[in-house]
Design a protein around this ligand. Structure first.
Ligand code: BDP
Length: 711
């Protein structure tokens, strides 16, 4: 459906929408805590009977802690789904489901692969390692939850990415930077003795989608985390997560040697500093033998780093890497850097700093790159670093928390965004050199492969603030496991496991999810605009902001609207950011006629009356995108209200209330941005559009001192 239809339909529907006051009945049933592992009784009786027969007696041959976890999960899942207790037997012969290590295969401790086969009516889950059996079990449960046949299974799976990680930006006082789902789930004060049920459920959820590494503290780190008292707390978490195949990593502060032990310097070339890190690594591994390693934000936004001593990033990263090598740990070194004194436009800076270091990093270092060259905007082109460092392991960093996509009250399914990035063809190694192939090591042959997501998880009962935020946690894990899966199939799985089995309702919800991120792009930053969010908290529109400490923190730096036009000229005649892409893309991005509309103003500054491919002026298209985005949210709201009977009341109402907020905020974004840009275009709104509700001055006067998640 095109944008206009959205808008018309939404107007028609909006007349019917009434927000009744909630009653106690509205909060009955599922509150979201059980995520996609609800395990409610399947309604199809014959299917249930079939499954009950196929999964009637179970043999698990592993005596490990992971084996116990597998058994517990089946004890929880099967009675719920099938209404029948599972029977565990110690005879593989008699069992209908055999979950067993395959001794004929050479065991490789890092191998997480599994196979599921149905042979002569018996289902077998096989793996080299217990964790493979756990992944296989969750896969089998997913087949049941999504009502698939188990009759002829012949599945073999191995993850395409080795480290599949969640990065929590959580502070030790439980504040979560850019967190919109309550305070941190990690209660450092009560650890190590108080081990909440939540930690186990968090581990189950992660394992069910293959996430195998977590960083519980913020990249803007606190050196206290490396003190003995805190390391014992970390150890408690690591002990809980180990049976679920999850390793703990820590964000560290580069200046820890000075801060914790008063060393005169943290220079990575200083032998005393090197020894300090070696001793610290040994201390950590004493407590946590399978510790994952360090995540580092260095020389970025005020964080200390090797640059403080005139050293480059590789020198800092390698010093830490060498300290971890004897124990098998890794360093994830972030490429999110932009110097305050650089004369280059911000999108160029990470590439400029890192590309000359290609091939200089130790093999246990991965350079962790945000998906786009600026900062987790609703839409960015892929970062030009992907494909430009073939001798280096590059990790993908996505943001799951919706810092720039409406916090936890806007429905945005990010699967389509992640896929857009992963499937982008960098053309750095001929056609088909996709970003996915860069990060899964097939192009660079890097031994270490990583995909990380900045978590959207908090202590809210439903974990992610918005029920649909759960889908973003889910899709991150599923794509890290297999980036060839499609975003809509993953959405379909999630809907069946979380919301409804009703085929019509499910199709409607999946369609809604698939459109949802584009709606936000439309009402916030259409046609390649970016970073128009208000200051600090990034809540709501602030395209007018031009007074921040650094030029490149200001929205005006990015949109460059003036009487002549709008957009940031990154062509060869402008900041020349295009030069960082392969020649294939340079040719496209240098020419506004070839640049895709959805990135037009990222690369070009164009006159307000520029003629778009549609034949309309840039101004008219821009305004229409804003209106279409807001209208699509109204349509989504109407569709959701129509699903009332298909969704449990509590889940239904949480989403209903969030959508009501989103409708208001989408209009707010639309009106504020259109009015602001109109001040430059001096052009009228296209005929027939609803007038903005308030004046520009009104929108500019709004302040939100307590918006959550501030950095
Ligand atoms: C920015 C966030 C800031 C983070 C930073 C980062 O606003 O809170 O610390 O990214 O990634 O988008 O380090």
């Amino acid at each position: 459906m095109n944008r206009f239809c959205y808008w018309c339909v939404a107007i028609i529907f909006s007349g019917f929408i009434q927000q009744a006051n909630a009653s106690i009945a509205d909060f009955k049933g599922e509150d979201g805590y059980r995520l996609w592992l609800k395990y409610d009784l399947l309604s199809d009786v014959s299917l249930r009977k079939n499954y009950a027969k196929q999964l009637g007696s179970i043999y698990i041959d592993t005596q490990t802690d992971t084996g116990k976890v597998i058994m517990q999960e089946l004890q929880l899942a099967l009675p719920g789904l099938l209404g029948q207790e599972p029977r565990f037997t110690d005879s593989a012969q008699q069992a209908t489901l055999v979950i067993s290590l395959n001794p004929s295969l050479q065991a490789d401790a890092t191998d997480e692969a599994f196979a599921i086969q149905t042979q002569q009516g018996k289902i077998q889950i096989l793996a080299q390692n217990p964790v493979g059996l756990l992944y296989g079990t969750f896969h089998l449960l997913r087949l049941v939850q999504t009502e698939q046949s188990l009759a002829k299974l012949d599945i073999q799976q191995a993850p395409k990415i080795k480290l599949r990680m969640l990065n929590h930006w959580d502070d030790l006082d439980r504040h979560t930077e850019r967190g919109f789902a309550g305070e941190s789930i990690f209660d450092w004060h009560k650890l190590p003795d108080y081990k909440e049920q939540r930690y186990y459920d968090y581990a189950r959820a992660n394992a069910s989608v293959g996430i195998n590494g977590i960083v519980p503290i913020n990249v803007n780190s606190n050196s206290l985390i490396l003190t003995p008292a805190y390391l014992r707390k970390v150890q408690a978490l690591a002990d809980i997560f180990r049976p679920y195949g999850i390793k703990v990593y820590l964000s560290i502060k580069f200046s820890s040697p000075q801060q914790l032990d008063g060393l005169p310097t943290s220079d990575p070339l200083d032998p005393q500093v090197q020894q300090w890190w070696q001793a610290k690594a040994a201390e950590i591994y004493q407590l946590i033998p399978d510790f994952g390693g360090f995540l580092v934000k260095a020389n970025s936004e005020g964080q200390p780093g090797p640059g403080d001593y005139g050293r480059t990033h590789d020198i800092g990263a390698n010093m830490l890497a060498k300290a971890l090598q004897p124990f098998g740990g890794n360093v994830l070194w972030r490429a999110f850097v932009y110097a305050h004194d650089s004369e280059h436009e911000r999108s160029l800076q990470a590439y400029n700093e890192f590309v000359p270091l290609d091939g200089h990093f130790e093999s246990n270092v991965s350079v962790q790159v945000k998906n786009g060259p600026i900062d987790f905007q609703p839409r960015e082109p892929f970062s030009p670093l992907f494909g430009a460092m073939p001798q280096t392991s590059l990790a993908m960093e996505f943001q799951v928390t919706q810092e720039y996509l409406g916090f936890s009250t806007h429905l945005a399914y990010l699967g389509s965004m992640y896929k857009e990035v992963l499937d982008s063809d960098t053309h750095t190694n001929g056609e088909g050199s996709t970003v996915a192939k860069v990060i899964d090591g097939s192009l660079s042959k890097a031994p270490l492969t990583v995909m990380a997501g900045v978590a959207n998880i908090g202590a809210d009962r439903n974990w992610t603030g918005h029920i649909f935020g759960q889908a973003n946690w889910y899709v991150l894990g599923r794509l890290a496991w297999d980036h060839d899966l499609s975003a809509d199939n993953i959405a379909r799985e999630w809907v069946a496991m979380t919301l409804t089995h009703d085929p019509k309702a499910s199709e409607q919800i999946v369609a809604m999810m698939m459109q949802s991120r584009e709606n936000i792009v439309n009402y916030m930053t259409p046609l390649g605009l970016h970073h128009l969010m208000d200051t600090g908290h990034h809540y709501g529109p602030g395209p007018w902001v031009d007074n921040l400490g650094r030029d490149d923190w200001n929205p005006t730096y990015y949109h460059r609207a003036d009487d002549k036009g709008i957009g940031l000229d990154r062509t060869t005649d402008g900041t020349n950011a295009v030069s960082q892409y392969a020649p294939y893309w340079q040719e496209i991005f240098n020419d506004p006629k070839k640049t895709p509309d959805n990135l037009l103003l990222w690369f070009h500054h164009l006159p307000w009356d520029y003629t778009m491919a549609s034949g309309k002026t840039l101004w008219v298209e821009l305004v229409e995108h804003y209106y279409a985005g807001a209208a699509a949210v109204e349509l989504m709201q109407a569709q959701w209200l129509g699903l009332k009977d298909k969704i449990e009341p509590n889940q239904f109402n949480q989403v209903r209330m969030a959508l009501a907020i989103q409708v208001k905020e989408a209009r707010w974004w639309r009106d504020a941005c259109v009015l602001y840009f109109q001040g430059y275009s001096n052009m009228a709104l296209p005929a027939g559009l609803e007038k903005p509700q308030h004046s520009l001055e009104y929108y500019q006067s709004l302040t939100f001192p307590y918006a959550p998640g501030q950095g």
